[in-house]
Design a protein around this ligand. Structure first.
Ligand SMILES: *[C@@H]1O[C@H](CO)[C@@H](O)[C@H](O)[C@H]1NC(C)=O
Ligand SMILES: *[C@@H]1O[C@H](CO)[C@@H](O)[C@H](O)[C@H]1NC(C)=O
Ligand SMILES: *[C@@H]1O[C@H](CO)[C@@H](O)[C@H](O)[C@H]1NC(C)=O
Ligand SMILES: *[C@@H]1O[C@H](CO)[C@@H](O)[C@H](O)[C@H]1NC(C)=O
Ligand SMILES: *[C@@H]1O[C@H](CO)[C@@H](O)[C@H](O)[C@H]1NC(C)=O
Ligand SMILES: *[C@@H]1O[C@H](CO)[C@@H](O)[C@H](O)[C@H]1NC(C)=O
Ligand SMILES: *[C@@H]1O[C@H](CO)[C@@H](O)[C@H](O)[C@H]1NC(C)=O
Ligand SMILES: *[C@@H]1O[C@H](CO)[C@@H](O)[C@H](O)[C@H]1NC(C)=O
Ligand SMILES: *[C@@H]1O[C@H](CO)[C@@H](O)[C@H](O)[C@H]1NC(C)=O
Length: 299
């Protein structure tokens, strides 16, 4: 038996009513939510974990609030992922339990306008500790820390994937021990600076290649870079560290380089024998896309 059209409409509306509309008062404009000193951490986490974009033909609206742990997520709805960045004024500890996925993290100070000249300058962020105990995936860009000379600890015990670069510059800050116990892959490369005394990447399986902007002056085939580069003013044991991660570096790059108070080392993984010319064509295409990414970051 065919249902009359109006009954079908009623059932669609009833289904749609089951979804809670997105709360723009709490989370601000959908699609561009950013963490700043005006939004409490728990509110950012709640918004970042429950905002979904759905088919408005079906639901009579685009943005909804769905808690996937106790509500079914309709097939046409996809989670709206956020980026986490801080403004210059942010200081003190940052803790966001419950946050599982982000598009990127950028703690790189904030722009401050100089009233006398009208020019913008970067002011350091004064974050003391970073605790993201449930973060698993950085899905689109990188994890970048810069212009923040105050971080004494970074806790990301579940972080498994970083889509592009892991670039953390703790220069000027206190001595710290870094551990990424679950990190499996980093799409572009790893670059770390600061007074690093210990560094542990026990699960690392693959890294790409970070091509420095200055390498773009070289002929195409000479453009390359390290997969992992660590420059520590601390007591890091570079020999042990480099040996522990060299197998996770990219064959086409320069490998892993590390220097600290305890010495300098560069290691490259031995490439297995090349098979066909098709493989070298693939290599060219791969390097091309990595180079493009590095170029975009350099801008
Ligand atoms: C989702 O619901 C569960 C169970 O009610 C609750 O513990 C959790 O805090 C909720 N998550 C968010 C992000 O609101
Ligand atoms: C939204 O749902 C309608 C009805 O099911 C469908 O015709 C349309 O293609 C969907 N739009 C998108 C963007 O998926
Ligand atoms: C991480 O995010 C990427 C991009 O959205 C996705 O392809 C991948 O499946 C995710 N991995 C996990 C384990 O969630
Ligand atoms: C790291 O930060 C210091 C101090 O802010 C800066 O001088 C240096 O250029 C940065 N290094 C990199 C590689 O970005
Ligand atoms: C780093 O770890 C070492 C032991 O491996 C410890 O002696 C030192 O106090 C730690 N430093 C910090 C800043 O936690
Ligand atoms: C990475 O994973 C692949 C596939 O599981 C495995 O063959 C390889 O040995 C791993 N490499 C490292 C460095 O763990
Ligand atoms: C480019 O690399 C080749 C070897 O692969 C080397 O002979 C040449 O000097 C390099 N050119 C530059 C400008 O570094
Ligand atoms: C390492 O850092 C020191 C001081 O921060 C700097 O002088 C040096 O050029 C850096 N080395 C590399 C290889 O980046
Ligand atoms: C890296 O691979 C080589 C060759 O397969 C192997 O001998 C070495 O033990 C591996 N190193 C680590 C830390 O897994």
């Amino acid at each position: 038996m065919r249902l009359p059209g109006f009954l079908v409409n009623v059932s669609i509306v009833t289904l749609a009513a089951a979804l809670t509309p997105y709360d723009s008062k709490e989370c601000s404009a959908a699609g561009s939510i950013q963490f700043n000193e005006l939004i409490p951490e728990d509110v950012f986490v709640r918004c970042a974990e429950t905002t979904y974009e759905c088919n408005s033909t079906i639901h009579g609206g685009k943005w909804f609030k769905i808690n996937s742990t106790n509500e079914p997520v309709p097939a046409d709805c996809k989670k709206d992922l956020y980026n986490l960045q801080t403004a210059a004024a942010f200081s003190g500890p940052l803790a966001m339990p419950g946050l599982t996925e982000l598009t990127s993290i950028a703690f790189r100070g904030g722009y401050v306008k100089d009233e006398s000249t009208g020019e913008f300058t970067i002011e350091a962020t004064r974050i003391s500790t970073i605790d993201l105990p449930d973060l698993v995936n950085i899905t689109r860009w990188g994890f970048v820390i810069d212009n923040t000379a105050s971080i004494s600890s970074l806790n990301v015990p579940k972080l498994k994937h970083v889509a592009t670069i892991l670039q953390l510059n703790f220069t000027g800050g206190p001595a710290l021990n870094l551990s990424f116990p679950s990190l499996i892959d980093v799409g572009v490369g790893i670059q770390l600076h600061g007074e690093i005394d210990a560094l542990d990447l026990p699960a690392l399986n693959s890294t790409g290649i970070w091509i420095e902007a200055k390498a773009f002056d070289l002929p195409y085939e000479n453009r390359t870079g390290y997969s992992i580069s660590v420059n520590s003013t601390g007591n890091l044991d570079c020999n042990a560290f480099a040996a522990s991660v060299v197998n996770a570096t990219n064959y086409d790059g320069l490998g892993v380089t590390c220097n600290s108070k305890k010495g300098s080392v560069t290691l490259k993984q031995v490439k297995p024998p090349e098979d066909t010319s098709a493989a070298s064509k693939i290599r060219g295409g791969f390097l091309g896309s990595v180079a493009l990414l590095a170029f975009m970051f350099a801008l």
